[in-house]
Design a protein around this ligand. Structure first.
Ligand code: SF4
Length: 134
């Protein structure tokens, strides 16, 4: 775990990889939507090891971790390109204006960029959306 992940001033990526120190943001439900947690849950190495035994943890959970800005391929130079694309392509199934009870909102990169619209679309986002034969 890095100090910056737990620092309240740190901006977090809400679609990060599973790793020791990441925050567990939500769980992918059978209908493909993410159920969020209002509790701040830090993932430890044991969780990571167990989660990696099954299908990709990034298909089954959502994690938050420090936004690394220019060190990420999704950074456009001044913002995260992922949520911009999500807002253009995803049709949220939730009720309009219904925001998930999410533990990372004050620090979330997507919320900082796009406000409530990001939170309405966010449950539709699965970090590892690749097709697989697992
Ligand atoms: S976009 Fe909203 S719901 Fe999604 S992780 Fe960020 S604050 Fe939480």
């Amino acid at each position: 775990m890095t100090d910056s992940d737990s620092d309240a001033d740190t901006i977090l990526c809400p679609s990060a990889n599973c790793r020791d120190g990441a925050l567990l943001v939500g769980i992918v439900m059978p209908d493909g939507r993410v159920a969020f947690t209002s509790e701040r849950i830090v993932v430890d190495e044991e969780f990571v090891q167990i989660a990696r035994r099954g299908a990709s943890p990034e298909k089954r959970f959502r994690f938050g971790s420090t936004c690394v800005e220019g060190a990420c391929a999704q950074w456009t130079g001044e913002r995260c390109g992922v949520i911009d694309e999500v807002l253009q392509t995803v049709n949220p199934r939730g009720a309009p204006g219904e925001l998930p009870d999410c533990s990372i909102r004050p620090q979330c990169r997507w919320f900082h960029q796009s406000g409530a619209a990001a939170c309405v679309a966010c449950p539709e986002v699965i970090t590892d959306a690749r097709m697989s034969v697992e």
